[in-house]
Write a protein that binds this ligand. Structure first.
Ligand SMILES: [Zn+2]
Length: 290
């Protein structure tokens, strides 16, 4: 599942090709059209397909940014502004190509779902093998309130105090710390892989209750989350399953993982254990993480 570093790389990869471009046409795959016909919200959320087209075609992408695990396109047409908010779900991706055949990963070529034809003759293609991703077209972020609840970017100054304040709330006090840091209202963009890695670096067992952490451990964990996210960005993200950059290339963060889907601990040599915490597989070293 793409986490902050992967989404950052997708955003950086497509930005130079789409910023400043007008969206001339939007084309949906048969799966999206069939899904909508059956009343399912296949990828395009909240709007009928013709309404989505009306609020997208003829609009110019004047900016694009990553926010947490979302890619946000700011578009306008004759001073009317809209926002496209996209989440890559489990295995989605954006590609910029001249034609569909140029997508160099067969699965992504086959499972395209939305094509934005740009006026520079490029196609911005949203592909999604499992169709858990989403694209919304909203007038403002107020139309998608859960987006407004996302914690500050982990690299922003206020992110630490925002995260620390969550320890005083009742919600996570008796819950595993792992579950708490996966909530993007607490820390934005930290998914399963980076949460496992940060907990290892901090020497904290993922199943420990949040309220059992002392002040130093809480702060340390935050800094390690930031550190692993930074490492993820530096190494181009983690390419374990389907994740690809916008040009189809892969990241190398998987070479730098200590516990996620690893067999033995690089520090003590003991076996890495796996435990399901809050429905997600947690990988940790029972010796190094207390
Ligand atoms: Zn160990």
């Amino acid at each position: 599942m793409p986490e902050l570093p992967e989404v950052e790389h997708v955003t950086r990869g497509i930005k130079p090709f789409v910023k400043g471009q007008k969206i001339e046409e939007v084309i949906f795959s048969d799966k999206v059209i069939e899904g909508k016909d059956k009343g399912k919200e296949t990828i395009i959320k909240g709007l009928a397909l013709d309404t989505f087209k009306r609020y997208t075609e003829g609009y110019t992408i004047y900016d694009i940014e990553r926010r947490s695990k979302y890619i946000v396109f700011y578009i306008e047409n004759n001073s009317e502004q809209r926002i496209l908010i996209s989440h890559l779900g489990m295995a989605g991706g954006f590609f910029v190509v001249d034609k569909l055949e140029d997508i160099n990963v067969p699965n992504y070529r086959k499972h395209w779902h939305v094509i934005f034809k740009l006026n520079n003759d490029k196609l911005l293609v949203y592909s999604d093998i499992r169709r858990f991703g989403e694209i919304r077209n909203v007038a403002s972020f107020d139309a998608y309130p859960s987006f407004l609840e996302i914690a500050p970017e982990p690299f922003d100054k206020e992110a630490l105090s925002h995260y620390m304040a969550w320890f005083d709330k009742r919600l996570y006090q008796n819950k595993p710390i792992k579950q708490m840091i996966l909530d993007h209202r607490v820390i934005s963009g930290c998914g399963n892989i980076y949460a496992c890695e940060a907990l290892f670096r901090a020497g904290i067992n993922p199943a420990r209750k949040s309220k059992e952490l002392n002040h130093q451990e809480k702060e340390m964990l935050f800094y390690y989350v930031r550190e692993v996210l930074e490492a993820g960005i530096k190494y181009g993200g983690t390419s374990i399953s389907d994740y690809r950059h916008a040009d189809g290339s892969t990241g190398t963060m998987q070479m730098h993982l200590n516990v996620y889907k690893q067999k033995t601990c690089k520090v003590c040599g003991n076996d890495i254990e796996t435990q399901v915490i809050a429905t997600r597989n947690s990988h940790f070293c029972p010796t190094c993480q207390k």
